[in-house]
Design a protein around this ligand. Structure first.
Ligand code: ZN
Length: 201
């Protein structure tokens, strides 16, 4: 399969995932302005970890997981955060990419669809952004924290909504987690900001 065909296959599985989860299809419409953008791969350790240790999927999430795993070596993986902010241990077990969005492998200005991976035993500290966000879990599990809301332990097919500029965090314990995340509203091209108190922890 060509690289382009791998991207198209992953996009098709993402669209099926979007359609199958009412919380997701109700959050944002599937974008109609998608155009493929050729981007050179940027390989981080997360590219290998997604293939070898993604965390357990469900039967419903296996096709999407498999499509993302096939894509892993071809992706423009990002860290955004520095070792000073989150530590090298974290960076060695974390990565994300923009499947679709203003700066993604597919360009759209109607939403942003990113994929994030965290290894087991990590704490992604409190952070926030202008855009509203809906997390979905593809494989593995983790505990989602949101200011003024109860913690939620989420696994494959589960979702969590994060309002605009409401700090949230994620903790993994005995399992990695792979997530597919949708944004809507203002600031689709922005990166999340760690809240002040987390910047040095
Ligand atoms: Zn967020």
């Amino acid at each position: 399969m060509t690289t382009r065909a791998l991207f198209d296959a992953a996009l098709a599985e993402t669209q099926a995932w979007h359609a199958a989860l009412p919380a997701v299809s109700g959050f944002v419409a599937w974008p109609m302005d998608l155009t493929y953008q050729d981007r050179p791969p940027n390989t981080l350790s997360a590219a290998g970890l997604v293939q070898t240790a993604p965390g357990g999927p469900t039967p419903a999430s296996t096709p999407l997981l498999s499509a993302l795993q096939a894509l892993a070596p071809h992706l423009e993986w990002r860290h955004t955060y520095s070792a000073d902010e989150v530590g090298q241990h974290f960076l060695d077990r974390f990565g994300w990419f923009e499947l679709a969005g203003p700066d993604g492998h597919f360009i759209t200005h109607q939403t942003r669809i990113t994929v994030g991976y965290w290894g087991a035993g990590l704490h992604y500290g409190r952070h926030e952004h202008d855009a509203e966000e809906l997390y979905t879990v593809v494989s593995g599990h983790g505990t989602f924290h949101l200011d003024d809301a109860p913690d939620l332990e989420l696994g494959p097919g589960d979702t969590r909504f994060h309002p605009s500029n409401q700090p949230h965090a994620l903790t993994t314990t005995d399992s990695p987690i792979l997530t597919l995340v949708f944004w809507r509203g203002e600031g689709l091209g922005d990166n999340p900001r760690l809240t002040q108190s987390e910047a040095t922890s």
